[in-house]
Design a protein around this ligand. Structure first.
Ligand code: HEM
Length: 245
């Protein structure tokens, strides 16, 4: 089984502009020999962590203050899955070809976290479908965004497995596997922004149930989401998305 990290993914960069983060320079984390887990809090990752943990705390505390029923597991699992998605992104963002061993370790941690996250999303989906019973389905914005999120996460995970573990078998070569990395990154960031975070915001604050029972303040959830978006966005490197030279 070959891995595309056996071969450098990005050319070594001499020009600092190639590593410019997408939003500003505050997230230009230079990876050094420090512990890879530091990636989870380095620079603007700390802001993203505050956002996602505040969001999870709001959901968990409000849900667990309600009677525990089958439904309880849905928001707990879904918010945990989203929390893991953010960790999976943050651990990998600063890894570069200049530190191949950290890049490989980062990839291993990334796919392990994303696998668990995908399983949690599927479990959250299964629970809500069982809980729905004979009630009508896909009747709210949240339910549609939520279903699209689950479908996307499964496809994105499969795409990741193909490009990393099966590039020769499915894509014809390890090189072809490397070439599609940037699409995996693009789709991951875009879906986080337009599907996963909105699904979670709507779920926590805009469903009939959350309006009637939870009363989680919309401003708090939006502030937490903004912290996640800015924290993650500031660390995106244009070069890794195929933008710039
Ligand atoms: C990104 C995370 C989430 C995903 C992917 C997700 C997914 C889904 C899906 C697919 C459904 C629709 C079931 C159907 O109609 O067949 C649903 C329903 C529901 N979800 Fe979530 N969910 C997420 C987060 C949350 C959170 C944080 C809450 C907080 C309370 C929540 C509360 C609900 C409720 C109350 C329903 C039933 C009402 C409705 O269908 O709109 N969800 N979810």
């Amino acid at each position: 089984m070959s891995s595309t990290t056996d071969i450098p993914e990005e050319r070594p960069v001499a020009n600092s502009s190639e590593n410019d983060p997408l939003l500003d320079h505050s997230g230009d984390v230079t990876q050094d020999e420090r512990n890879i887990w530091f990636n989870l809090i380095a620079d603007s990752a700390g802001l993203a962590q505050i956002g996602i943990w505040v969001f999870a705390a709001l959901v968990w505390s409000n849900i667990l203050a309600q009677p525990i029923i089958l439904f309880t597991a849905h928001p707990l699992l879904a918010s945990s899955a989203l929390l893991l998605q953010i960790q999976g992104i943050l651990i990998l963002q600063p890894t570069t070809i200049e530190k191949p061993s950290q890049k490989r370790t980062g990839a291993h941690i990334h796919y392990t976290i994303q696998l668990i996250s995908t399983i949690l999303f599927l479990a959250a989906f299964t629970i809500i479908e069982i809980n729905k019973g004979s009630h009508p389905r896909l009747t709210s914005t949240h339910s549609i965004l939520g279903l699209l999120t689950v479908i996307f996460v499964v496809l994105q995970s499969l795409f990741g497995v193909v490009q990393y573990f099966l590039p020769e078998l499915v894509l014809g070569s390890v090189d072809n596997g490397k070439k599609v990395y940037k699409y995996h990154r693009w789709s991951g960031y875009v879906a986080l922004l337009v599907l996963e975070i909105p699904a979670a915001i709507w779920g926590a604050t805009q469903t009939d149930y959350s309006i009637a029972m939870l009363h989680i303040p919309l401003w708090a959830v939006l502030t937490a989401a903004a912290a996640v978006i800015i924290g993650v966005g500031a660390r995106i490197r244009k070069q890794k998305l195929g933008l710039g030279n």
